[in-house]
Write a protein of this length. Structure first.
Length: 318
């Protein structure tokens, strides 16, 4: 058992360790979501001492240090409501964390017809040697849910009195609009993902991230789009895109030194044997040449010059 003053002092003393714990969780989520091509914003914080004391006083906790479980908090804001489940899987599969409580705040609030935070809350505890006994609350929300939660925190959570009935009805309508917005975004995203050529833009983004590790050359994104669309038969469909992006990362990591030599050699050569060596999609072409050269040659489209294929094949050395 601890008093509020003792718990506050311990929070201040432990802030560096708690900050490192929160940052490690945030970094792990960022790494996993990058591999899955899930667009999100991740932040971590340690509860401010004043906020900590205020919560203890409002809740009348018998053991403030143990009972306040959000001393460390991580917030994940996703673009698509469907990605909330993917973030939950990332957290559940983290080897150094155990999910001890799950709260679907959105579902709970609608069932109870209450006003409050929306999104998914996961209470986790550390399992590694340097985080045993530490707790963290992970909040996963869409941008709309996050906006609502911030408004709710100011309008409902903090005041000392209940809002009147008219205000409650207005807030319920606003919350309903947030849900409609997220559902519509999810529906439209599903339509976009199903559209032909969807996989091209994320593939370009993945190639660019790797390309700029080795080269500072300016490139033509419209050319990248044209090349990858023409290479359509040799590319993964949208359902397989996350796995291929990860495969591309593994390829780059494995051949980092070789890729560095190639791009360093041709970066300042204007009359290079291949125009595409100055383009980020060359990373993908090298991966295809390395893993499935014969099949890739068969799938090389007539709309792209065969000498480009031959030149890149010679550069790669297959």
């Amino acid at each position: 058992m601890t008093t509020i003053a003792e718990a506050r002092d311990r929070l201040i003393a432990d802030t560096p360790v708690l900050t490192a714990f929160g940052d490690s969780i945030a970094d792990a989520i960022r790494s996993a979501t990058n591999k899955l091509s899930v667009s999100c914003k991740v932040s971590a914080r340690v509860k401010d001492p004043a906020s900590f004391v205020g919560k203890c006083l409002r809740k009348s906790y018998p053991d403030p240090w143990t009972d306040v479980t959000d001393k460390v908090g991580v917030r994940v804001t996703v673009e698509n409501i469907a990605d909330i489940a993917r973030i939950e899987t990332v957290v559940a599969e983290h080897p150094a964390l155990e999910v001890v409580e799950r709260q679907d705040k959105t579902q709970e609030l609608w069932e109870q017809r209450k006003i409050g935070y929306l999104g998914l809350h996961l209470q986790v505890k550390g399992l590694s040697s340097d985080s045993v006994g530490m707790a963290c609350e992970i909040q996963v929300r869409t941008a709309a849910q996050n906006l609502w939660s911030e408004m709710d925190h100011k309008l409902v959570y903090k005041p000392s009195h209940e809002p009147d009935s008219d205000t409650k009805r207005a807030l319920h309508r606003l919350a309903a609009l947030m849900e409609i917005f997220d559902e519509e975004v999810n529906r439209r995203m599903s339509q976009i993902v199903a559209a032909p050529g969807y996989a091209v833009e994320p593939l370009i983004d993945a190639c660019v991230r790797h390309f700029f590790m080795f080269s500072a050359s300016e490139f033509d994104r419209s050319l990248s789009r044209f090349v990858l669309i023409e290479l359509g038969a040799a590319l993964p469909d949208s359902a397989d895109l996350p796995a291929y992006v990860e495969r591309l990362s593994v390829f780059v990591s494995k051949h980092k030194d070789k890729l560095q030599r190639i791009y360093t050699r041709y970066e300042t050569v204007k009359e290079a044997p291949s125009l595409l060596i100055h383009q980020p999609e060359s990373i993908l072409i090298f991966e295809r040449l390395d893993s499935a050269s014969m099949l890739f040659e068969e799938e090389w489209p007539e709309t792209l010059p065969m000498y480009e294929y031959d030149a890149l094949k010679a550069i790669w050395g297959t």
